[in-house]
Design a protein around this ligand. Structure first.
Ligand code: GLY
Length: 471
């Protein structure tokens, strides 16, 4: 697994978002220059192209440069995301002038041109990693961050390195799962949840018990996320135990079919709240069987709500994915522990969950955006794959989610019907409808037939196709 996750700046420290009373100031971890982690995406693209690509980076980046230079018409979804972050964007002139019109939302179809971004991408295309992490762009990034009260230094950018990691692998019945390693929590969560589910008799359960068992399994896996997960280059994570089938068996023994467990029965954390949306995912299989599951994130839409002057690089707010204090709740309502506290150069936990799923005869690649709900979406899609269904079914699975805290089952509109809601309430679950949060991309290859199929989430923005590419 190629890890291009952001990392915290050298000058970061564990109490950087606490006020004098020791309370977390959420504004600082979510909005503005202190919220931005040292970006990894440019380094990952350069590494990917150099080590695995047939095309030069200049060629791969050409369409992005064209879109930045010539512009593209903004969609309704783009407007919605702008609305969500409008008040933050209005606080920096550069980003407000770029994305808003006199502080207001532009009309759907308005052309968005980002000429300075085209130049930034050209620097990367020509100079590789040095084009972003050193020289003119790096100077501009650091200068802007510092002017806006942030703590980046040139050294932070110069020192950024991608990491190659062993992916998390697991087995669910006949399926082999390959998924994201730490610092993304997604793979561990996914495999742990599947291990718990494997010990339960899902096939013979009725639809409601089926949903209930998935919710209860997610509760346990997210509880472990909160307790144990963090960047394992910095903290000891008991990954072997968390991924062990016997361990899952023990957790499953506390799951009752007739009653929900209360999250507070597992351990106490402060009350959680709700957060925003983020992220992009690509699923690809080529004609030689090479596969890519790539999830990319700047956390919230429009990241920290600021751009570095003269670069049109929108700065992320990934620092919010750390635990700002042991009792803090992040923008997705996730709680966590010591393992995910801030330290210089540490990578913050992620929920990203790019995954491969294989069975005799079939290979699937999938992933989605959706913050803390990513692992449950991927889980539901993999369970659908296990039933023999194809990508167009996997991206349409009815979605519900539990993340230990808050102790609430979130569901998309239509994710649970009236009968299911009534029955789940009777089992003790508290339910809450959420906006339609998925944007899953799934592709599949029939090993013997060679047939490729692809599907894109109907409630997201994206497309899926099987194409013959001529070069
Ligand atoms: N920034 C959201 C995540 O990585 O989970």
């Amino acid at each position: 697994m190629l890890d291009g996750r952001e990392k915290s700046p050298l000058a970061a420290h564990k109490d950087m978002y606490l006020d004098k009373q020791g309370q977390v100031n959420k504004q600082l971890s979510l909005n503005g220059a202190l919220a931005a982690g040292i970006p990894g995406m440019s380094a990952a693209l350069v590494y990917l192209s150099k080590n695995y690509g047939e095309l030069s980076l200049a060629k791969s980046l050409a369409p992005a440069i064209r879109h930045a230079e010539q512009g593209f018409a903004i969609s309704e979804r783009h407007r919605k995301l702008l609305r969500f972050r409008q008040s933050v964007l209005k606080q920096q002139t550069e980003i407000a002038e770029l994305f808003l019109v006199d502080g207001e939302l532009p009309k759907k179809g308005t052309l968005l041109q980002q000429k300075a971004l085209a130049e930034t991408l050209r620097q990367i295309a020509v100079k590789g990693k040095a084009g972003f992490y050193q020289g003119d762009i790096a100077d501009k990034l650091v200068q802007s961050v510092q002017e806006l009260g942030g703590i980046w230094q040139l050294e932070d950018l110069k020192k950024y390195q991608v990491k190659l990691r062993q992916p998390v692998v697991g087995q669910y019945k006949e399926l082999q799962i390959t998924s994201a390693a730490l610092p993304s929590a997604g793979g561990t969560l996914l495999v742990e949840t599947l291990n718990i589910l494997e010990t339960l008799d899902l096939e013979s359960a009725d639809e409601i018990t089926h949903q209930h068992l998935i919710i209860e399994s997610l509760r346990h896996a997210f509880h472990d996320r909160a307790l144990y997960l963090g960047d394992d280059d910095f903290v000891a994570v008991p990954s072997e135990r968390l991924l062990n089938k016997q361990y899952a068996y023990g957790l499953a023994s506390s799951i009752r079919a007739d009653k929900s467990l209360k999250s507070d029965a597992l351990s106490g954390y402060s009350k959680a709240q709700q957060g925003g949306r983020n992220t992009t995912h690509f699923s690809i299989i080529d004609d030689q069987g090479n596969r890519v599951a790539a999830t990319l994130s700047i956390n919230f839409p429009f990241g920290a709500g600021i751009v570095a002057k003269g670069t049109v690089v929108v700065l992320n707010n990934e620092m919010d994915d750390f635990q700002a204090s042991e009792k803090a709740v992040n923008g997705y309502g996730l709680v966590g522990g010591k393992a995910n506290l801030i330290a210089p150069e540490k990578r913050m936990l992620s929920s990203m969950n790019p995954s491969f799923v294989e069975q005799q005869g079939r290979i699937g690649v999938l992933g989605t955006l959706g913050g803390s709900r990513i692992p449950s979406m991927v889980l539901l899609a993999i369970l659908d794959f296990a039933k023999g269904n194809d990508p167009s079914s996997q991206v349409r699975v009815k979605r519900f989610h539990h993340q230990y805290k808050p102790d609430i089952v979130h569901y998309e509109k239509g994710g649970l019907n009236e009968t299911e809601m009534l029955a789940l309430k009777k089992l003790g679950h508290q339910l809450k409808q959420y906006y339609n949060y998925g944007n899953m991309q799934a592709v599949q290859l029939g090993k013997s037939t060679g047939i490729l199929s692809a599907a894109s989430d109907p409630c997201g923005e994206g497309f899926a196709s099987v194409q013959k590419i001529s070069q």
